[in-house]
Design a protein around this ligand. Structure first.
Ligand code: ADP
Length: 302
């Protein structure tokens, strides 16, 4: 097969591992920077151009689209889908997962366990918003944040009110969640490929920090997950329409609570913590599932 990897930088660990895995299984592989693609939108003859040439002849595409380029990255991916190239994750599913509110709504509709969550823009009634979430300790998140930025723990109601007031002034959307104290500063990353969790790691926050992000000093280690956690992760990925996903869970008193479903999960942390060949799994999944024009939505918005 000829596989294209949509990535801004071929030197990144995940991109490099995917290139190696494609080559190890004797596929041709090309890395394309989505921001340097340009496209012509004409009836029935979609084309993608790159560095002065038309791109064609690919069987499958692995999108590695960072959060900061979701808009253009998914547009380029959609164009590939329109030309019949099989996407590992579809553009529609990636856009869905990047919208935190939308993904939580979709997951809750299907009964997936979530931290109790309220969301708002500029509420007049902070009291009622906090009452709907319940308890006294809250995690308040700006919906645009990544790597734990804009995620604040407030241990008292008064502190929560002040933070909400500050966020309101920013003209931003935010979530208010119950603080899952019993998770003890740990979360679980389940790496889903198809309908299986192929690897799982625990991230434990450092002393005095509730966020377990590796960028904030969290430590990763392999973990055995329960059947319930496994099925929650697989269902969450399927509901958003992702073949490959990093599903982040908290162990809460009311069962596994999904915090986030990541459409371009990094390979470095999970391969390091589990010693598994995740990139190889991904390429094997493509071999089994790819077919010309097999995009479910074929680049439509559905
Ligand atoms: P980001 O997407 O920016 O990483 P997250 O929503 O994943 O933000 O939050 C960062 C970290 O904070 C999580 O990995 C988790 O350890 C912790 N955390 C987030 N929400 C909660 C919560 N409701 N209860 C307890 N810990 C939380």
């Amino acid at each position: 097969m000829h596989i294209v990897i949509l990535s801004r930088n071929r030197e990144l660990y995940s991109t490099q591992r995917l290139i190696d895995a494609c080559k190890a299984r004797e596929h041709e592989v090309t890395v394309v920077d989505p921001l340097r693609c340009y496209m012509n939108i004409v009836p029935n003859a979609p084309e993608i151009h790159y560095k002065g040439k038309k791109l064609e002849g690919f069987d499958a595409i692995i999108p590695r689209i960072g959060a900061s380029i979701t808009f253009y990255g998914t547009a380029v991916l959609r164009q590939f889908e329109m030309t019949g190239v099989y996407p590992l994750n579809e553009s529609v599913a990636i856009s869905r997962s990047r919208d935190k509110l939308r993904s939580l709504q979709l997951l809750s509709r299907k009964g997936i366990g979530l931290p109790v969550t309220g969301f708002a823009h500029s509420p007049d009634d902070t009291d009622d918003l906090l009452d709907t979430v319940g308890g006294n300790a809250y995690v308040i998140k700006l919906t645009e944040g990544t790597q734990g930025k804009g995620v604040v723990l407030t241990e008292t109601r008064g502190a929560a009110e002040s933070v909400i007031e500050a966020f309101r002034g920013l003209d931003a959307h935010f979530l208010v969640q119950e603080f899952v104290r019993e998770a003890k500063g740990a979360d679980i990353r389940c790496f889903v490929v198809g309908n299986r969790v192929i690897a799982a790691m625990k991230r434990q926050s450092r002393e005095g920090e509730f966020r377990s992000n590796i960028h904030r000093g969290g430590q990763a280690s392999q973990i055995r997950i329960t059947p319930e956690e496994r099925s929650t992760a697989v269902r969450a990925a399927r509901i958003l329409g992702l073949n490959v996903a990093g599903v982040d869970l908290l162990r809460s008193n009311h069962g596994p609570a999904v915090m986030e479903v990541n459409a371009s999960p990094g390979l470095e942390g999970i391969e390091g913590a589990t010693n598994k060949d995740i990139a190889g799994h991904i390429v094997r999944f493509i071999e089994t599932n790819s077919k010309q024009g097999k995009t479910r939505t074929r680049g439509t918005s559905g």
